[in-house]
Every structure is written in C-alpha cells, then in structure tokens.
Ligand binder design. Sequence first.
Ligand code: 7PM
Length: 284
Amino acid sequence: MNIDLPGGRQLDVSEPVVMGVLNVTPDSFSDGGRHVDVSRAIDVALRMIDEGATIIDVGGESTRPGATPVSAEEECRRVLPVIEALRLRSNCIISIDTMKPDVMREACRAGASIINDVNALRSDQALTAAMESGAAVCLMHMQGEPQTMQHSPSYSAVVDEVIGFLRERIAACVTCGIPESRLLIDPGFGFGKRLVDNLDLLACLPALATLGRPILVGMSRKGMLGQLTGRAVDDRLAAGTAVAAIAALHGAKIVRTHDVAATLDAIKVGYAIRAASQAIVRPA
Ligand code: 7PM
C-alpha cells in the first residue's frame, strides 16, 4: 500500500516503517536559553535516519497532559529552522506534529510532507490548510483535549467509537478535497484512554484496517507501558519494542518511536517469524 505525498512522491508501506520523534521544545533542545538549538536537533534527527527511520516527526508543542499551550508564532519559531535545516541535509520524509493551521502551512512550505495532527484536522481552518498544502495527513483519535483528556476517559465500546470517529474524519477530508490516498489513521494510544482501552485497541488493530488506510501507532515510552511494567518513562524501551512488534504484526504500517534502532529490530524479528509460519505447509 502507498501513501501519496506532495511532488508526486509516494511512501511505500507494504512493510512497516518507523517514524522517529523529534521534539523541538526548549526543554528538549535548549541552548541554555529559551531557544531551540537547531544543530543539536539535527544531530538527533540524522542519527535516527542512520538507524533506519523513514520519517522524522517534528513537534514544537508538547501535547503532554497539563502542558502550557504555545502560540502559532512560537511553534513556527521552534520547528521551521529545524525543518529547513533537515530538508537541506536529508531526503527523509518530514512530518509536522501540530494542531494549528498556520503551522501546517508554514511547515509544509519549509519541506514537511506529512501533517500529523492529534486533533484530526478539527481545528478551525485545519482541513483547508491541509488540503491546500497537498501534504499527507495522519488523522488521530483523541477523547477530550490534551490538557484534560486523562482525567476521566470513558467509552461504552472503545474500538467501535474510534472506528466511527476515524470514518467520519476520513469523510470530512474527502469532502474538503483531500484524497483518501493521502490519509493515514491512528487510534491515538494514551489520548483520553485507560489501560484497558489501549489494550483493546491494540488487540483490535485489524478491525481499524477495514477503514482501508494505513495505520500509524505511537506507544513509545507512554503511560500504558509504565502501568504494565511499573517502570519510569526512561526505562520503557523493552516494553516499547515489544508493543511495536505486536502492533506491526496486527497490521500497523508506521510505528512512531523515540527509539528507532531497537524498534526496527523488534519489528524485523516479528515479521520474520510470521513469514516463516506462513511458509509452513500444513496438512489439509
Ligand atoms: C505526553 C503525552 C507527551 C503524549 C508526549 C505524548 C502520538 C502523536 C504524540 C501518537 C500520533 C508522545 C506523545 N503521540 N502523534 N504525538 N500518534 N500520530 O509520547 O500516538 O510523544 S505526543
């Protein structure tokens, strides 16, 4: 399966690919002051590409529960220099993690070819901005808003609700002139979800695939892994690679992670074992 990108480019996801997370907030790449240190951010991006990342996801606003929102101007000041510098140094696919239409426009002008919107283009003008940019779009499910989404998530049937939501957002994109061939879908692990909800979605990932678009998943370092293992955020690598391999075997085509090399290893091992099991000729 292919995803259409601007400029006639395509992303082939017949085998899973990895998206490396590049947070460019002052707390991740500080130059000692309030600014993002571009050259340090680029070093990290180039290392992730070297490790096998196909996509680099650049984000300038933390969606962490309770995080302070930033203006579109500040978000642009953080992400645009990094996107421009990365564009010059690599032909990797750049995605922009934002909910804001102005940031979408500017980031795509600077060289991003995927819009990764945890709000699924529900912000005012976001559908238009995405359509005009020609970029591919990742539509993610979230219950509530980043600030408060983990206060009291509740579902009667989480898988049905997520599928219904994503179906509606795909339709909204198509109505606005964004062809389906540009769309990705994402159940939004940890975005207004309890552990049981996250586990149900992971188990039922093949049901999401019936929407006909490639599935992106992001579980790297998230709270669900802490709940399952009792480990702090910096000690969740093993759990993260395990769920990445499982998600890939359940049909995920893009895995968003902070840990590119280890995640690719886990996916490769899982895929090899499945290929071997499919090659076994069983008696009728
Ligand atoms: C706090 C909470 C800090 C959540 C960081 C996060 C996803 C995403 C993020 C995802 C897509 C993180 C997340 N998660 N985009 N952006 N899917 N498409 O762990 O699951 O990086 S932010």
